[in-house]
Design a protein around this ligand. Structure first.
Ligand SMILES: Cc1cc2nc3c(=O)[nH]c(=O)nc-3n(C[C@H](O)[C@H](O)[C@H](O)COP(=O)(O)OP(=O)(O)OC[C@H]3O[C@@H](n4cnc5c(N)ncnc54)[C@H](O)[C@@H]3O)c2cc1C
Length: 441
């Protein structure tokens, strides 16, 4: 089942030329286009299905600095400010609120990890409060039980995945940018050793700069261009329940289950990290590079099925530019929710927050989280294809850092002063090993 997602009306025929073409209308591609259009750069986003319909509408909606890896923290901090500015400057509503994130635990090791992150965060100027058991019980009173402790990060918040990408797409179009749906990019045209155009199913768009923000499809697209981009997707399941009268915390994490209020008062419920691995040729090809990641996360992963093979997003085959590609056969990657995970999520959510007992279950869905070996995105121009900027592998964190990433990608595309140091994100690091470098959260 697909999650709820606002519709955005767009034309279906792309313009013949643009300064920048963005492939992929998820939160990353669409925020990139927004920050380009604000600078007066002519930009076209081509989206094979619907804006926001893959990972960007399937996530929890957390926009957090809390527990972020040091490489991503500067971007996370900038992103929170940019989320806030976005509604003010565009007049569009992405459902962002600085509701603060509440983490509760009875596990000493987990609490010690959070405390140690808190010390590091202080050096980066990020406010976060460790909670003792009394404070944790107070903040978490909706759970009606005792906790050893927790964390509250008051400057973090959530945006609404139902609204966000469509709202940004409308803002792009108001600024004169183009967003084209049902339009797959099949490949890149080169001239004199540089990008010269994007071949789409609706014709060629001439351009000198392309941003590949294709989410879980990025690695197979790169393979057509002889670019090696190690990427693995795992299937995570999530559900939502209808609004209830009793207000619960806006965003609550426990290791058993997490709950997030959406702007219509409904709640999204999920188990952090729990995922199915649906093996594919691409997965097997890159698995040696993912060993450090699996070694760290194996407890939450379990074997899946043949779904990803059928979906085609990790295809090993080469496709032609003059015939329909796997992207046109699979307009929206809509994997099946894992019934066992959904049952466990619902049961644990009711145990944690008894008020949810009477809330009607409205949706259950899944999404493929596109991960890199170290859990940090790949952002930067590819040396193999000058003019092509890779922007994928957001490893389960891309929604919250969407505005900061989009701003940075727009900076790279225009040669502007980068919002944050781009070096930790450069794809050249994928040539090395990820041992000792896997992001903690
Ligand atoms: C269950 C779940 C929970 C998550 N929770 C959070 C969270 O709380 N906070 C957070 O920060 N992140 C979270 N994430 C991760 C977050 O959703 C992603 O990192 C983020 O949405 C990635 O955005 P994207 O634009 O890179 O990819 P996507 O949203 O997947 O968008 C990529 C788009 O590119 C299009 N596309 C691909 N190839 C082509 C092509 N050749 N031509 C045209 N279009 C193409 C696709 O159709 C798709 O729409 C979660 C993810 C999941 C699945």
């Amino acid at each position: 089942m697909s999650p709820p997602l606002n519709l955005v009306q767009t034309p279906s025929i792309p313009p013949a030329t643009a300064d920048v073409v963005v492939i992929g209308g998820g939160i990353i591609g669409i925020f990139t286009a927004y920050y380009l259009a604000r600078r007066g750069v002519s930009v076209v986003v081509v989206e094979k299905g619907r804006v926001g319909a893959e990972q960007s509408s399937r996530n929890w909606g957390w926009c957090r600095q809390q527990n972020r890896d040091a490489r991503e923290l500067p971007m996370a901090t900038k992103s929170i400010d940019l989320w806030e500015q976005f509604s003010a400057e565009s007049g569009e509503d992405a459902g962002f609120t600085r509701c603060g994130l509440l983490y509760l635990s009875n596990d000493d090791e987990e609490l010690a990890r959070w405390a140690s992150w808190g010390k590091f965060a202080k050096t980066a100027g990020v406010t976060t409060h460790m909670l003792d058991s009394r404070q944790a019980a107070e903040r978490g009173h909706a759970t009606g039980r005792a906790w050893k402790g927790g964390v509250f990060s008051p400057t973090d918040g959530t945006a609404d995945p139902v609204k966000a990408a469509p709202a940004v797409a409308r803002a792009v179009m108001k600024l004169g940018g183009s967003v084209i749906q049902q339009c797959a990019a099949r490949g890149i045209e080169m001239e004199a050793g540089r990008v010269a155009g994007v071949v789409t199913e609706a014709g060629v768009i001439k351009t000198r700069t392309v941003v590949l923000a294709g989410g879980a499809w990025a690695s197979s697209f790169c393979r057509q261009l002889d670019i090696r981009f190690p990427q693995a997707s795992v299937r995570q399941s999530i559900m939502s329940v209808a609004p209830i009268d009793q207000p619960l915390p806006g965003a609550l994490f426990t290791s058993g289950v997490a709950a997030t209020r959406r702007s219509d008062g409904s709640y999204a419920l999920a188990i952090s990290g729990r995922a199915r691995v649906d093996p594919t040729g691409q997965f097997l090809r890159f698995s040696p590079q993912f060993l450090p990641m699996f070694a760290k996360r194996w407890r939450s992963l379990s074997p899946g099925g043949l779904e990803a093979l059928r979906s085609g997003h990790e295809t090993m085959s080469r496709w032609r530019l003059d015939a329909p590609t796997p992207m046109e056969r699979m307009r929206i990657l809509d994997p099946k929710a894992d019934p066992a995970a959904i049952r466990a999520t619902h049961r644990r959510a009711i145990e944690l927050l008894p008020e949810l007992r009477n809330a009607r279950v409205t949706h259950a869905w899944a999404g493929y989280v596109d991960s890199t070996p170290d859990g940090v995105p790949g952002i930067g121009e590819t040396p193999q294809v000058p003019g092509l900027i890779l922007a994928a592998g957001f490893s389960g964190h891309g929604f919250g850092i969407g505005p900061g990433a989009g701003h940075l990608i727009a900076d790279l595309a225009t040669g502007a002063e980068p919002l944050v140091d781009p070096r930790p994100y450069h794809p050249s690091r994928f040539a090395g090993s990820a041992w000792g470098k896997v992001a903690d959260f």
